[in-house]
Design a protein around this ligand. Structure first.
Ligand SMILES: [Zn+2]
Length: 204
């Protein structure tokens, strides 16, 4: 429904593209922004600009970082670098971190294998994971375990199977399991359940 104010309509149209935001909510947000103090708009604009300009992928784990080089987790010498938790998206790292059940390092695939959507293994950071493991073999921090914290859906299963075949015999491969119902995006698991799922991970 057009508000017949072109700039406001444009703002509503952009906001309604956000996940979980319907047209009504987008209108409410747009009116809020319009009525709010002008400093709010400036801060919002600045924040939007900064996430685009400052954030890039960590060259090691492919999570997000503002650092010039590696992210804070990769460069933290207190983390156990012999255990890599593989996740689909950077946001999954926060979930695993909040569970408090993992002190290793991460690897972000930047998605999951989904032939129906045209996403093949080579579109993901799988070769980079393999390279990290190979590189570690000549160091004192040889990777011993890869924990697959992937979504419990068809894409997550396909990806887990592909990676487990690739790494078979090289490292211990486990997947978070109990308490994670099929079809669950790990974004929606509460931290206690995720902590338990990590502790009860199973060999694959
Ligand atoms: Zn990193």
């Amino acid at each position: 429904m057009s508000l017949r104010v072109p700039s406001l309509d444009r703002l509503v149209s952009e906001l309604s593209k956000l996940p979980g935001i319907g047209e009504k909510t987008a209108q409410r947000l747009a009116f809020y922004i319009l009525r709010a103090d002008s400093s709010f708009s400036s801060r919002l604009q600045e924040a939007l600009f900064d996430v685009r300009e400052r954030i890039h992928s960590c060259p090691t784990c492919f999570s997000y970082t503002e650092n010039d080089d590696e992210c804070d987790i990769c460069s933290d010498l207190h983390r156990d670098s012999t255990s890599i938790c593989v996740v689909e998206d950077p946001s999954d790292i926060n979930r695993v971190e909040n569970s408090g059940a993992f002190r290793g390092i991460y690897h972000v695939l930047q998605g999951a294998i989904s032939p129906l959507d045209g996403i093949q293994p080579e579109d993901l950071r799988i070769k980079e994971l393999l390279a990290r493991i190979e590189l570690s073999e000549s160091s004192e921090n040889k990777v011993k375990e890869v924990i697959l914290a992937l979504d419990a859906d068809l894409e997550g299963d396909t990806t887990a199977l592909y990676i487990s075949k690739l790494l078979s015999g090289r490292v211990r491969i486990t997947r978070i399991a109990h308490g994670v119902p099929f079809g669950t995006d790990i974004d929606y698991i509460d931290k206690r359940t995720l902590g338990r799922a990590l502790e009860n991970r199973v060999e694959i």
